[in-house]
Write a protein that binds this ligand. Structure first.
Ligand SMILES: C[S@@+](CC[C@H](N)C(=O)[O-])C[C@H]1O[C@@H](n2cnc3c(N)ncnc32)[C@H](O)[C@@H]1O
Length: 270
């Protein structure tokens, strides 16, 4: 039976209650620190000041990131991996911290959104990527290379992932696509492992972890988003199908059979 443990509060405090070395995989989608008058975005075809919420405005991003990453590293198993997503607004600091904490940097995954919103201003390139650091405490970490290959149609998977931005399922401003999390969780953990997300937002990681039969621990500081995630993850009880590879699977019967056999999933055919 999958164990789901959701807690409302500041992850820096809540992480202190988690035993050292007890977590197999961490996915963290922290505040990117791109809200405020210096940053603009496109809404309904107009340029507006980027405002994801107060949680996305942090005075000292290096200090904040170091505090929670340190706690995450403490709770991570020796063969576990930590995956941290972000953009150029916070990623330099994450890179510095991973090096400072002597983590083994396994990959930087570039998530390319071909359908990213166009940029109205003409003074820079249109942003269409996010970066995901993958790190571990030792060189003997768990990584499911074979499943990565299967998901990539039988070819070695590279670190450039083309996954379209998707219509949000909730009103959370930075909800991640479930297909992105499905790939991350399939590659970084096995059934029965414990996955932790310190910045749960709308609960995407929890929904996917539960669907893939991983135990899940999630923290969220905002009462509104906590409730959103709690409801969404609870609702997932009624489903048991993975949706990630629908497009690929419909094209590739062998891939469907392999996924079903290797991972014992009920694969949805939509
Ligand atoms: C980038 S969003 C995560 C979005 C999430 N991946 C999803 O798919 O919905 C970051 C979330 O972290 C929360 N947050 C910010 N600071 C936090 C903290 N110190 N502890 C816990 N949650 C925090 C914010 O309220 C926000 O919902």
């Amino acid at each position: 039976m999958t164990k789901i443990n959701l807690q409302h509060g500041n992850c820096v405090e809540l992480l202190k209650n988690i035993p050292s070395g007890s977590i197999n995989q961490i996915f963290a989608d922290p505040p990117y620190n791109l809200s405020g008058s210096n940053y603009q975005t496109v809404r309904s075809g107009k340029m507006v000041v980027c405002d994801k919420g107060d949680w996305d405005v942090i005075d000292d991003i290096l200090e904040f990131n170091e505090t929670w990453v340190k706690e995450c590293v403490r709770v991570l198993a020796d063969n576990g991996t930590i995956w941290i997503s972000g953009t150029l607004h916070n990623h330099p600091s994450i890179g510095i911290i991973l090096k400072k904490l002597n983590l083994w940097i396994i990959n930087d995954v570039i998530w390319f959104k071909r359908n990213a919103a166009p940029l109205l201003s003409k003074n820079r390139l249109a942003p269409s990527t996010e970066l995901i650091w993958i790190g571990s405490k030792t060189k003997k970490y768990y990584f499911d290379y074979e499943t990565a290959k299967i998901l990539n149609g039988g070819k070695q998977m590279r670190n450039l992932w083309e996954i379209n931005a998707q219509r949000h399922l909730t009103s959370h401003p930075t909800e991640k696509p479930e297909s992105l999390l499905e790939r991350i969780i399939l590659l970084g953990s096995k059934e029965g492992d414990v996955v932790l997300d310190p910045f749960m937002g709308s609960g995407t990681t929890g929904v996917v972890a539960k669907r893939l039969k991983r135990d899940f621990i999630g923290f969220e500081i905002s009462p509104e988003y906590f409730e959103m995630a709690d409801k969404r993850i609870n609702k997932e009880k009624k489903q048991s199908k993975i949706v990630y590879s629908d497009k690929l699977i419909n094209k590739d019967e062998q891939l469907r059979l392999l996924l079903e056999k290797q991972a014992k999933y009920n694969v949805a055919k939509v």
